[in-house]
Write a protein that binds this ligand. Structure first.
Ligand SMILES: [Zn+2]
Length: 213
């Protein structure tokens, strides 16, 4: 009798856990999958970054000045930044042939949902949209912008670089590795096939979180 009760209880708990997981999950999963389909097929002649707020509002005044400054400073670590233009007002940059338009959605407060759906993160790459929170500390904010744009440009996590895993901050470093520079090199040559960012290194088993080692 006790065994039957114990088994029933175990089954009940497992079902409850599965149900909880199923209904929780990642609320942005559908959006990110849809936006995944809007990534460029090939590296563009020019990348136009549409900069908006969390409710797709446009930034003006001092907020715009600060965001523009952090964004420009973050982009400066990329060799192809001269072919990246930002657009804060919809009429600012005319889209030309060979352009690809992507979106950077800047949160001024916490609110970017993590992939596991249980909390907030300072940044998230979501297909053709990159979410970033403008953290108060300018240097950290810049780091988050570099990191998330790095995912967009094709990089996954690698210790000791701008792409250090967010769960192990001690492994961050203000540099790119040779392998990362090679991957980023695709953007120096417009027309090169765009490879899917976050799965690229995850799948070949070379990703190294390196937490605590
Ligand atoms: Zn990351």
């Amino acid at each position: 009798m006790i065994v039957v009760l114990a088994v029933s209880l175990a089954l009940l708990l497992t079902s409850a856990a599965l149900l909880l997981f199923y209904y929780h999950g990642d609320p942005w999963r559908r959006l990110c999958l849809e936006m995944d389909g809007k990534l460029p097929a090939r590296t563009p002649e020019r990348l136009v970054i549409d900069v908006v707020g969390e409710s797709i509002e446009r930034f003006g005044g001092i907020t715009r000045v600060v965001i523009e400054d952090v964004l420009r400073s973050a982009l400066s670590v990329y060799s192809f930044s001269n072919r990246v233009v930002s657009r804060f007002e919809s009429n600012e940059t005319e889209v030309q042939a060979g352009d690809h338009v992507m979106e950077v959605r800047v949160y001024l407060r916490e609110g970017i949902l993590s992939e596991d759906g249980w909390g907030f993160v300072p940044g998230r790459m979501c297909g053709n949209i990159v979410f970033v929170q403008l953290l108060d500390d300018r240097a950290t904010a810049r780091f988050v912008f570099i990191h998330e744009l790095g995912h967009y440009f094709g990089l996954y996590h690698e210790r000791g670089t701008y792409m250090g895993h967010p769960l192990c901050p001690e492994t961050h470093g203000e540099r790119f590795s040779e392998r990362q520079i090679e991957i980023l090199g695709r953007w120096d040559h417009p027309g090169t096939e765009y490879e899917k960012h976050w799965f690229l290194m995850k799948e070949d088993g070379r990703e190294n979180f390196g937490c605590g080692t």
